[in-house]
Ligand binder design. Structure first.
Ligand code: CP
Ligand code: NVA
Length: 307
């Protein structure tokens, strides 16, 4: 049985299979054809952090596939009162057909998966956000951006950055990452990405200079400087990230057709300017919509690869 905990566990062909499945299901949905890919299946959705896109995309997605989603906030289930993850996993996975979890450390979701009888999907951890990256790359496929793709990520070395690193390393495109000093990516994840990049031909460049990272890229992306769980560091972070805003000045260094992505929620005036976020090259709302379809692709693929 396969889980979807990190893109590390997937080959290039598997990632592209899931994305092509998502694009097919999106076309069917847009044509008004809702096929019962997962009739009467239940998706348990455990949230230990807030969410708009992840919750709505999975809950709507499973419904459109013929099943139903169960929203389980950790405030409302016994997990929030200290019931161990391994007990929660054994109980819930005997009742539902698939589980999506948004939590803090990756080790928590790995523990859940170890004890689960059903496929588990990572809906964001401190280390990774793989379901978001599927929607991001799907958006680039739809906008014909994947040939000679050069992506830059400007900002915090966080769960989004790590997932971009793994995706670039697996699929073989160029990725530049510019973070302020002290906010670099996790070194173990970087080492893994660099070793995968040798096989795929990906070019990965790490720098502390956003201008250097922006030169001639075809896609620019960023994320909040203060991720969920880092609220106490907000004041310091806002100072340390000075100069890392993706604005028109920075975008002018990129390819003239450079597209902009952001997983959202965005904090205008901090990691991105209003003009870039709302500009003609911003794909952020196509990207957000694709969460729905990418998530359906992942669920159907896992359901088919259950054995
Ligand atoms: N991008 C994303 O995962 O958004 P939510 O936190 O709203 O789910
Ligand atoms: N890096 C952000 C992503 C939110 C979707 C966070 O973890 O809060």
């Amino acid at each position: 049985m396969r889980h979807f905990l990190t893109l590390r566990d997937f080959t290039k062909d598997e990632i592209l299979d899931i994305l092509n499945l998502a694009i097919t299901i999106k076309k069917e949905t847009k044509a008004g054809v809702l096929k019962d890919y997962m009739p009467k299946k239940t998706l348990g959705m455990i949230f230990e952090k807030s969410s708009t896109r992840t919750r709505v995309s999975f809950e709507t997605g499973i419904y459109q596939l013929g099943g139903i989603g169960l929203f389980l906030s950790s405030n409302d289930i016994q997990l929030g009162r200290g019931e161990p993850m391994k007990d929660t996993a054994r109980v819930i996975s005997r009742m539902v057909d698939m589980v999506m979890i948004r939590t803090f450390s990756q080790s928590k979701i790995e523990e859940f998966a170890k004890y689960s009888d059903v496929p588990v999907i990572n809906g964001l951890t401190d280390e990774y956000h793989p379901v978001q990256l599927m929607a991001d790359y799907m958006t680039l496929m739809e906008h014909n951006m994947c040939d000679n793709l050069k992506v830059t990520y400007i900002g915090d070395g966080n769960n989004m950055t790590h997932s971009w690193l793994i995706l670039a390393a697996k699929l073989g495109f160029e990725l530049r990452v510019a973070t302020p000093k002290g906010y670099e990516v996790n070194s173990e994840i970087l080492d893994y990405a660099l070793s995968e990049a040798k096989k795929s031909g990906a070019k990965i460049i790490i720098t502390n200079d956003p201008k250097e990272a922006m030169k001639d890229v075809t896609v620019a992306t960023t994320d909040t400087w203060v991720s969920m769980g880092q609220e106490d560091e907000k004041e310091k972070r806002l100072k340390d990230f000075n100069g890392f805003i993706v604005d028109d000045a920075l975008m002018s260094l990129a390819d003239k057709n450079c597209k902009f992505l952001h997983c959202l929620p965005a904090y205008r005036g901090y990691e991105v300017s209003e003009d870039v976020l709302e500009g003609k090259n911003s794909l952020v709302f196509d990207e957000a919509e694709n969460r729905l379809h990418a998530q359906k692709g992942i669920m159907v693929w896992l359901d088919r690869n259950r054995s």
